[in-house]
Design a protein. Structure first.
Length: 322
């Protein structure tokens, strides 16, 4: 029994006539009659009563036709579902990201992805660069967004592309001596209590700030006499600065989340931060991932060229773009 046999039986039942059913199906009447007769022999039951008034389903025919309709509907749905999955319109995407990615990058890229593919199940979690890299390598994430390219064992199995660049700013409360300044110098920062990302969670950023603020020492985190308070969430850095805890350090995109009771000061001379990097597993062939990468190409300048260098032209678009 094949799907065409189900369609033939349904057509006969609908038109109540072999000739009209054959015309609707685009085949000759004799082959249709032969196929229905063969189907009845296979089932061991008569499906239709042939009368002078027309062709009508028997009790066995009614039971068969009810199942046939559902079977054909399921087959059609299976074809549709397979196509949607192949185009990345359904499935799952697990994304780990640092908080500052929500200030500029993700509202554009993730927002467009959600509008284009509302049926994709999203797993979203804010986490440090270290944690998201480990989760990506363990297969617990599909994409990780953090500061600086992943390092250490397994990093060679990842594709990492730059999706944003930013520079360092200082955030201070209204009562802080720097509050009236539009800029602060690196020298001034060296004497302050600092609020910044934990060294063990953001090792690239911490090592970089240690070199900047401690004048190139080997320390893994700044060791100023003013002290350090660790906070890797952008809103926490701003909130602690507003309380007068110290000077918060972070990317300039913090301005998006700044409150009326804080001031954001430029750091002079201008200090570029480690790049915002998006990473995924090299061997990941998920159509959902490919769809997310397509939007990232559109929204982030230079990403298309980076992906072409890393992946080659064969993986430059999802199946929907072929």
């Amino acid at each position: 029994m094949e799907s065409r046999h189900l369609r033939y039986a349904l057509a006969v039942a609908e038109h109540q006539h072999f000739g009209r059913a054959a015309a609707a199906l685009g085949i000759a009447q004799p082959p249709l009659s032969q196929q229905i007769a063969a189907l009845e022999r296979e089932l061991g039951a008569r499906l239709f009563d042939r009368t002078a008034r027309g062709v009508f389903p028997t009790a066995a025919g009614e039971a068969f036709l009810a199942r046939a309709r559902r079977a054909l509907a399921e087959m059609s749905a299976a074809v549709s579902d397979a196509g949607r999955a192949a185009r990345g319109e359904t499935g799952r995407l697990r994304l780990g990201f640092i908080g500052s990615a929500l200030l500029e990058l993700l509202p554009s890229v993730l927002g467009q992805f959600i509008r284009d593919r509302p049926d994709v199940r999203l797993g979203l979690e804010e986490m440090s660069t270290r944690r998201s890299t480990a989760a990506l390598l363990a297969g617990e994430l599909d994409i990780a967004i953090g500061r600086g390219a992943p390092r250490g064992a397994g990093a060679e199995d990842l594709v990492s592309v730059t999706v944003g660049r930013d520079h360092l700013v200082a955030v201070v409360g209204a009562a802080h001596p720097f509050a009236g300044q539009s800029k602060v110098s690196v020298e001034q920062l060296r004497g302050q209590h600092l609020i910044l990302a934990p060294a063990d969670e953001e090792p690239v950023v911490a090592a970089w700030l240690a070199a900047l603020l401690d004048e190139g020492t080997e320390a893994s985190t700044p060791t100023r006499s003013g002290g350090v308070t660790e906070a890797w969430d952008a809103h926490t850095i701003i909130g602690l600065a507003s309380c007068g805890v110290g000077v918060g350090l972070g990317p300039a995109c913090l301005r998006v989340a700044a409150r009326p009771d804080v001031q954001v000061c430029e750091v002079s001379p201008r200090v570029e931060l480690p790049e915002l990097v998006m990473s995924f597993r090299t061997q990941d062939r998920s159509p959902v991932l490919a769809a997310f990468l397509d939007i990232t190409r559109e929204r982030c300048p230079g990403v298309a060229e980076q992906l072409e260098r890393r992946l080659g032209p064969s993986r430059q678009s999802s199946p929907s773009g072929d």
